[in-house]
Design a protein around this ligand. Structure first.
Ligand code: ADP
Ligand code: ADP
Length: 220
């Protein structure tokens, strides 16, 4: 089962992906995290991606699609994935359909986490993340037990380079122009489910789980 999480920057895609992954056993594929790992590793891809990310622009489709294809080819993604931050353009959505069709698979559902712009600005402005284990916090909505320290692994929390007011504005504009059209793309294919994301994480998570086409949480 391949599930897409759609929604503006700050909607809670990463937060909810972690919950879905825990409940389903699917693998979390987050293109933003993959780019950031490359930036940290100082790779050629990271260097290229950073120049776009810092401005709040999208990394070019060709590069992003190649990276995603390579990720889906890895054995842990064979049974399915929770795609977080991909696709972000119609070209990426078509490429994803093609890549999955080659495996006799398809996008089973596109779950739109709907959150108004003012709320996403407040969420992004207060976001703190752990580079070591990917945990996401918010300084008021979801603070760590000790300020600046990851609850899970004890590493120092940081704010992302692109969570500045200017880059946030740009990302919201880019979302409206390039990514929001995907809502109609998946709606016309009968694969879209809208979830009200302006609620507590647990309530949003419960609706997302209930919206999975073949909700079959892994039993340990
Ligand atoms: P995205 O991956 O869509 O950019 P994140 O999951 O990183 O979004 O969440 C953005 C910020 O909002 C984080 O600081 C996170 O802790 C906070 N957040 C996530 N979900 C909620 C929610 N339902 N209510 C309030 N704050 C939230
Ligand atoms: P957020 O959900 O907060 O916007 P992400 O971590 O998903 O952040 O993405 C951060 C940045 O990484 C984006 O602004 C963009 O530059 C780049 N990026 C991530 N995913 C994609 C994608 N599918 N296509 C193009 N660029 C991407």
């Amino acid at each position: 089962m391949h599930i897409i999480l759609l929604g503006p920057p700050g909607a809670g895609k990463g937060t909810q992906a972690a919950r879905l992954v825990e409940a389903t056993g699917l693998v979390h594929v987050a293109t933003g995290d993959m780019f950031r790992e490359n930036v940290r590793g100082g790779t050629e891809l990271g260097l290229l991606a950073k120049s776009y990310m810092d401005r709040g622009e999208l990394v070019p489709d060709e590069v992003t699609i190649a990276m995603l294809r390579e990720r889906l080819d890895r054995p842990d993604a064979a049974a399915g994935s929770v795609l977080d931050g991909f696709p972000r353009t119609t070209e990426q959505a078509r490429a994803l359909d093609d890549a999955l069709a080659e495996r006799d698979q398809a996008v089973d559902a596109a779950l739109l986490i709907d959150v108004p712009p003012d709320e996403v600005r407040a969420r992004l402005g207060g976001r703190w993340t752990c580079a070591a284990d990917g945990a996401v916090y918010h300084e008021t909505n979801n603070p760590p037990a000790a300020a600046g320290v990851c609850d899970g692994c004890g590493a120092a929390l940081t704010q992302r380079d692109d969570d500045t007011p200017a880059a946030i504005d740009r990302r919201l504009t880019v979302y409206e122009r390039q990514t929001a059209p995907l809502i109609a793309f998946y709606e016309s294919a009968g694969r879209l489910v809208r979830i009200d994301g302006a609620r507590a994480p647990a309530d949003v998570g419960a609706d997302l789980l209930a919206a999975l086409p073949t909700a079959s949480p892994e039993v340990d």
